[in-house]
Design a protein around this ligand. Structure first.
Ligand code: PGA
Length: 257
């Protein structure tokens, strides 16, 4: 399984960025040892899919509704993302949990809708700074994990999990490599407990201030199956430098060394 590098543009990006990103990805993606997924704002999914053409990179949404269709002004169904070429969708990002009051139960329903539509969900979990300082980081993440993933999450094609400590997002701060390795190990153990062998194959990504300068160290850690990149994913050269740091043989499978 190759590592996966996912760009989360959040509420940023223009058609001009779509063009430059697609050009850079098209010229460099084939030489990378990882898989790429770009998650622009919903308005840019169609132009990004078109601009990427046959380049080996996928496109994802940043959210979807749990419902199939209907009178829900402003919301987007999973099937709509799928129809225009998205293959993935980020769900439960801490900014959506905070800005829109999303609960674990709602995220779980969105994950089910995404899977039913044929999208691969990328489910975000992570503690805030107070929880980390109180020694409750693992308990918080375990709670989110248990309540955000539906029972069939590990069935093929399995979803992805992204560990994103809230205090590391956009802050330039990251946990120590020991702390990341410990949390990824705990997440792996929980996935195995719940899903058995299939839980051992779910990719666990790290997110939070991943940059070209720290990507190699983060991506070399055991159980780190890739990265979810925010700010640096808006700069094509930085995003591709992070992707170039992906470890083809490390940090991607249980027991990998
Ligand atoms: P960041 O964001 O890379 O800007 O810290 C990561 C994320 O929120 O997914």
């Amino acid at each position: 399984m190759r590592q996966i590098i996912i760009g989360n543009w959040k509420m940023n990006g223009t058609k001009a960025l779509v063009e430059t990103m697609a050009r850079e990805v098209s010229s460099r993606a084939a030489s990378l040892a990882c898989d790429l997924v770009l998650c622009p704002p919903a308005t840019l999914i169609v132009p990004l899919v078109a601009a990427l053409g046959g380049a080996p990179a996928k496109v994802g949404g940043q959210d979807c509704d749990a419902r199939a269709s209907g009178a829900h002004t402003g919301d987007i169904a999973a099937t709509m993302l799928r129809e225009v070429g998205a293959s993935h969708v980020i769900l439960g990002h801490s900014e959506r949990r905070a800005d829109h009051g999303e609960s674990d139960a709602l995220i779980c329903a969105k994950v089910a809708a995404a899977r039913a539509a044929g999208l691969t969900p990328i489910v975000c979990v992570g503690e805030d700074e107070a929880a980390r300082q109180a020694g409750r980081a693992e308990a918080v993440v375990m709670g989110q994990l248990a309540a955000s993933l539906p029972a069939d999450f590990a069935d093929p094609p399995a979803g992805l999990v992204a560990y994103e400590p809230i205090w590391a997002i956009g802050s330039g701060r990251t946990p120590t490599t020991d702390d990341i390795a410990a949390m990824h190990g705990a997440i792996r153990a929980a996935l195995r407990d719940r899903f058995g062998a299939a839980g051992g194959a779910i990719a666990i990504l790290y997110g939070g201030s991943v940059k070209p300068g720290n990507a190699a160290a983060l991506l070399a850690l055991a159980e780190v199956g890739g990265a979810l990149v925010g700010g640096a994913s808006l700069v094509p050269g930085d995003f591709l430098a992070i992707a170039a740091a992906a470890a083809p043989a490390l940090g991607r499978a249980p027991g990998a060394s």
